[in-house]
Design a protein around this ligand. Sequence first.
Ligand SMILES: *Cc1c(COP(=O)(O)O)cnc(C)c1O
Length: 399
Amino acid sequence: MHDDTRSVTRLSVSLEGYDSLTVPIHRASTIRYPDAASFAARFERSADGYVYGLYGTPTHRYLEKKITELEEGARTLLVPSGQAAVACSILALVAAGEKVLIPDTVYGPVRDFATHELAALGIEAVFYDPVDLCALGSLIDARTRLVWTESPGSITLEMQDIPAIVLMAHAKGALVGCDNTWASPLNFRPIRHGVDIVAEALSKHFSGHSDLVLGSITTRDDTLGLKLKASLGRLGIGTSPDDCVLLARGLETLAVRLERSNASGLQIAAWLAGHPCVEMVIHPALPGNPGHEIWKRDFSGACGVFTFALKEQYADQAFVALDALQLISIGASWGGTKSLIAPSTVKGLRTVRPWTGPDYLFRVNVGLEHPDDLKDDLARFFTALTESERNEPRTAFSG
Ligand SMILES: *Cc1c(COP(=O)(O)O)cnc(C)c1O
């Protein structure tokens, strides 16, 4: 055999005695077939079999199975992002001429997807008040194929009564989907409450280290899962096994990370609630918050992601004061080890349920730092806020 041939031919090494604790990275485009007959019959392989890299390798199967177990579903599909998880769920289930109902408090880019892509495809997207069950009930008609939910909602964290929505939707023949990113299956199991399809932005809590973008879709029954799998394959949507392995690694510490960031988050939320500059703290796990009763009834825990609002007189100084933070980074996304703060306004984003609270909102992701250090850092922010209040306002609060 010539050296060039020798260089490209595959050889086997012994795996005897090799039994590690890690998830192996199986990278592949091509899958080899033992003979021409099995190649010809490749599409008859089971849905979990191997046909081509796009449809998954053993690394993908590992992660799919893990998430399916946690969600208590029938099948999980991995997609390139949380946004893709929501978009592909809707695209795979709703056809032209049919209707999807979307909560007014949905993750912002999903609203954009609805007004651009869904509209262009002739799929009617109707936004609904996430907490008004009567209004939602009157919107579900014979053309409604899917009721999408996200609980708690983005930024303002409205809790939805998922079991009640499931009853209403199923009674009228519509499916229910849920973006479960805030809770993760460790704190809420939508499928147990009757939801048909669950989307997770794995980029957040699951990955846990702010270093990858990935999403998952888990279905309640396998028929729906297979339909979705076929659709994703035709659309050419797949994920990298390297990302899946990183995700599988993050997943191993999900429970302890959630517990820690939740405990620190509750401490900091309570501290903020007592601060003279703070108008309100929005955290479903805090007694007295709207939605707290639903959270207590349906969820088994919370996370370190919550929102607080400043008193109006501090609004103009808020942007400058944020620069005083030394430990907490300014940035979107969440679920990582490092604490983040994202200033946002929602008034312009809501079309059905106007936001009547203060519009100077700060979404906080409490990471794994010591809560006392985080409080010290936030104290720097408040000092800058009250100091600059005495000076000229320099930057207006926006976006
Ligand atoms: C971040 C997020 C998404 C999108 O996830 P990406 O992986 O960033 O695309 C979807 N839904 C919710 C609730 C999110 O917070």
